[in-house]
Write a protein that binds this ligand. Sequence first.
Ligand code: UT7
Length: 330
Amino acid sequence: MSTPSTVILGTGSYAPDRILTNAELSKTVDTSDEWIRTRSGIRERRIAAAGEKTSDMGVQAARRALEDARLTAADIDLVIVATFTPDLPMPSTACIIQQKLGLPTTAACFDLCAACTGFVYALDTACAMIASGRYRHALVIGAEKLSSIVDWKDRTTCVLFGDGAGAVVIGPSPDAGRGLLGTRLGTLGDTVDLLCIPGGGSNAPATPASIAAGDHFLKMKGKEVFKLAVRAMDEAARDILEQHHLRADQISLVIPHQANLRIIEAISQYLELPMDRFFVNVDRYGNTSAASIPLALDEARRSGRIKAGDLNLLVAFGAGLTYGSALIRW
Ligand code: UT7
């Protein structure tokens, strides 16, 4: 459990203007609005403009989070970007964002890859670094350009994903009862092949043949991932509630990873917590991976669904398979 001494000071998010509807997708792959809606709950997703990079989306979300926190670039000494679609394999997108936001050169900047659980991992990491007393204000960003790694000819995956970014600013809390109360992270590393990008890494550097075979696109065994996702998210949620001696009905709002409405409904049933205690925007954005929770968190706050004193549960899973939960008292 992390020290309860860090708090979210501001949130921000960004989604590209371009909306890609299910109806449009059904003109390019063998699918239908009905199939996508009933199997996933997704109606539309956002797609980054040509030339719009993961860092550009992250910068927009970060600017809004800074403004919300009433802080400036000069106040930030730590940036963690959760992403698996960085602008470049290296250097990290966090370095590019540092330059674009004009952050101090004394800021530590790095990316963290835990796929769709990335934001929860990054939040935990940043909070631990701030709790250490060696950093004061962190920008934790989840940003993804999934349109760049999706095979637009593969109907089993391309209908599910979208682009976007979310960010939070965190800092030390004067009140030990507020902020990040704790996290529960985990990994099922024997399931790497269920959800991965097989080509382009050091194991299989890109070649003309690997590119022709589409090895640089995301591959997923959806049904298997679905079952593990429900199990892992349920476990992560139950464990953290138990650790903190809380009942599910004490959570005012759950912000789950937005991958599939049916997964969220299953968690709602397992926790015996009604769906009106779950924030859902998967219908409008699809799965934006590491961006999904901070984007949802920001929308929930700005739409008045989070108030001072509320207790929120974040819960996610993703490739790895990684999974995790976090408890936040506002
Ligand atoms: O953040 C982590 C990311 N991963 C996930 O969240 C994925 C978790 N998994 C899922 O969300 C679901 O498994 C999916 C939405 C991917 C698929 O739903 P499903 O109910 O598990 O469907 P399925 O894979 O069993 O496919 C059912 C049928 C198949 O046809 P047959 O074999 O029954 O003839 C598929 O070929 O639907 C077919 N199908 C489609 N049909 C129309 C698969 N994709 C599509 C499509 N449009 N886009």
